[in-house]
Design a binder for this molecule. Structure first.
Ligand SMILES: [Zn+2]
Length: 233
């Protein structure tokens, strides 16, 4: 046993020296020291980095500034309190990502980064695989709402209260075809499969994803939120 332990230790030292000398480089998405990029694959390391953007305005805005989406359009907002009791910090107004939105919305900066990662790594690949074309536009019911978690008079604030959640109601493809959560969820066709992948893929990026399977309050939209209890339903 002692012999194996020594071999393991020497192995680890060797690996450490190799990295230190730059003999090996970590694959994209696995280097905890490299700043997050929208293009980095979805890994536990990039998920951790996304979480760390929450309290780091400068780093977060830098990630947005480096994002490769040519159509991306947003404006950083100064911290403000639109509704008493719900101050907003580190937020941007997101006009466009890779996709257009039914209307622009206020998003916490990490939420905007999360959306871009969702779009690039999960949403568009699903649309291309099933329909041979990308999603052009996303319809939603909004992001900011100063309230507690649905159905609770007291207790925890909803992630909408800090603009860290978005309620997506429909996706419109390049050719104009509209796929609607309320109408198409659970259908045994390409639209139903697309929504299933759109929901499941969101779970790889967002902390909380709630849809029609969760409860009746989500029958017509996906609730995509940054943190929370890590629910995916
Ligand atoms: Zn919601």
């Amino acid at each position: 046993m002692r012999g194996r332990g020594l071999v393991l230790l020497l192995g680890l030292v060797g690996v450490g020296i190799a990295f230190d000398k730059g003999v090996w480089t970590l694959p994209a998405g696995w280097n905890p020291w490299q700043p997050l990029s929208v293009e980095d694959p979805l890994t536990p390391v990039t998920r951790w980095k996304l979480g760390r953007l929450q309290g780091d305005r400068e780093t977060c805005l830098a990630v947005l500034a480096r994002a490769p989406e040519a159509a991306l359009s947003y404006a950083p907002l100064v911290d403000h309190t639109p509704v008493a009791g719900c101050p907003l910090e580190n937020v941007v107004r997101l006009e466009r990502a890779g996709v257009a939105f039914g209307s622009s919305f206020v998003a916490a900066c990490p939420m905007a980064v999360a959306w871009l990662r969702y779009e690039r790594h999960r949403l568009q690949p699903a649309a291309r695989a099933l329909f041979g074309q990308p999603v052009a536009m996303v319809e939603h019911y909004g992001s900011f709402a100063c309230r507690n978690i649905y159905g609770r008079e007291q207790g925890r604030r909803s992630q909408h209260a800090t603009a860290e959640a978005l309620d997506v109601s429909a996706y419109r493809l390049d050719d104009g075809r509209r796929i609607e959560v309320r109408r198409d969820w659970g259908d045994d066709d390409a639209a139903g499969e697309f929504l299933r992948r759109a929901r499941q893929g969101a779970c790889d990026v967002f902390g909380t994803v709630l849809g029609p399977d969760y409860n009746a309050a989500h029958a017509d939209h996906f609730h995509l939120a940054m943190g929370g209890y890590r629910v995916c339903r």
